[in-house]
Design a protein around this ligand. Structure first.
Ligand SMILES: Cc1cc2nc3c(=O)[nH]c(=O)nc-3n(C[C@H](O)[C@H](O)[C@H](O)COP(=O)(O)O)c2cc1C
Length: 211
């Protein structure tokens, strides 16, 4: 028997931030797909994200983090044991430090407020701090901004972050696959994020494979 046979492979870990931009369904579908792909998801929700989750998806989250995990797991019909949730001031969570070894983070959807905070290195809340850690450690940070129209301030922040290596994947679904439902539009965006994370998925058609 090989010596390391009993050493359990550590689960892949990804931080998912959700903010108060419209498009909470993108974040929920992303979390569901990551859990399905056997990823441990570290959830960071801004206060405004909770407001939008209720407004757009009828998902009401309690303040308690364990109850938040269960409520989200129920909403996306996934087991809760692959989810962790942290408060906005939980500075002892893995996301708060580069030494945690977490290599990837997505903010979906990303508000213009959080985009600005990340572009200016603010770390007032855990989500902003986690993004700052990704930048300083040169790890993968993906943002899915949503606003329209975009001001020069928004565009400048996106340009600044793109130049730092951040993947800017705006919530702008295409229509060339002739979507018939809202779910297809959501999956178009979420599959782009999963592709960039290098997480296998088949929730949307790939270009050249039937379009
Ligand atoms: C229903 C709803 C939809 C919103 N949509 C957007 C949006 O698409 N983009 C945006 O930047 N802000 C949007 N906002 C405003 C943000 O929630 C607000 O600026 C908040 O302060 C963002 O905080 P956060 O970045 O900490 O989540 C929306 C607010 C609500 C209640």
């Amino acid at each position: 028997m090989m010596k390391n046979q009993h050493i359990k492979q550590k689960k892949r870990q990804i931080i998912v931030g959700m903010t108060g931009a419209s498009g909470a369904a993108y974040g929920l579908r992303l979390i569901e797909q990551l859990v399905t792909a056997d990823v441990m998801v570290h959830l960071l929700l801004s206060d405004a994200a909770r407001v939008v989750l209720k407004q757009e998806c009828d998902v009401c989250l309690p303040d308690d983090q364990a109850e938040t995990v269960q409520a989200l797991a129920d909403a996306i019909h996934c087991p809760a044991d692959s989810l962790r949730s942290y408060g906005t001031q939980d500075w002892f969570s893995p996301a708060a430090s580069g030494s945690s070894g977490i290599e990837q983070m997505v903010v979906a959807p990303c508000s213009m407020g959080t985009l600005a905070s990340i572009a200016h290195g603010m770390s007032d809340h855990l989500l902003e701090r986690a993004a700052d850690v990704m930048l300083k450690e040169r790890k993968q940070l993906i943002l899915m901004p949503r606003e329209t129209p975009l001001s020069a301030i928004h565009l400048e922040h996106m340009l600044k972050l793109a130049r730092l290596g951040v993947d800017i994947i705006p919530a702008m679904p295409g229509f060339y696959h002739r979507p018939k439902t809202m779910d297809e539009l959501i999956d178009f965006m979420v599959s782009r994020v999963l592709d960039h994370l290098k997480v296998n998925n088949n929730i949307a058609q790939q270009w050249g494979m039937g379009v």
